[in-house]
Ligand binder design. Sequence first.
Ligand SMILES: [Zn+2]
Ligand SMILES: [Zn+2]
Length: 290
Amino acid sequence: MHNALNQISLPLQNIHVDGFSVSGLSTYLQIPEMDFCFDMGECPLSAVSLNHVALTHAHGDHSRCLMRHDSLRRMLGIEKEAVYYIPYMLVDAFKKVIEAESVFENVPKDKFKMPKIISVQPNTIIPLAYRKDLAIRAFEVKHRAPTFGYELLLHKHKLKPEYIGLNSKELVALKRQGTSITKETYDSKVCFMGDCIGESLLENEHVWQSEILICESTFLDENEKDMARQKGHIHIEEIANALLTFEHTMQIKHLVLTHFSMKYSYGFIKHKVYQVIPERFHPFIHIFRE
Ligand SMILES: [Zn+2]
Ligand SMILES: [Zn+2]
């Protein structure tokens, strides 16, 4: 019924979110315009050319194909090293898995090469290796396993407010005198929650300031609220509650709902989402599921 290589392509203003996300099966979300992929629960050929991959947590349906991404690049002769952004607490275990796989595949020791891994600390801005206009910042969320959510940030140099209104001649003169006329800014373009419980939506108020919020919405049935919490996932009523909580302060323009349980049909998902979430929020909700 579900095929993780059957991708959904969701156009949102000037970017696309392409991929697949069904709880327990596979999650990978590519943003080709930003040369970036969140998680790698499956590795379609479309993801192979992406140079930056960030892992939220170690559960197999999110992490299983990280090594496949690296090995497919080698097989296809892509010389540029992909960069893997891994939560710091998972880096050692991840390296062991990579080494074990090379033993399993009988790769000679002198041919083995560890992929390029960046150990990610939360609440720290990390510029993307091959895109100076972009950076990521991780934040901690609550799930059954240690998990990070991520914000993808647009890195810009903006004119300081005191110099707005000056003409180019005046600005050049200031620059010649050695005055710094710009300041660095980081605008949150896409925020991905990873797997988490509903509380994480309330505890991380900043996620509602991003332009596009991608959020798991694993459980939908009224009688599944306790189960959602036990399994470390969000129930749709918690999303409705968070929307009401941040209604007057949030900046999001799109809310993409992902990671629905595999047992639900598309019809049931659509019915529940639009039944539980108040109508005024419907125009910016996207159901990431076929
Ligand atoms: Zn998951
Ligand atoms: Zn998980």
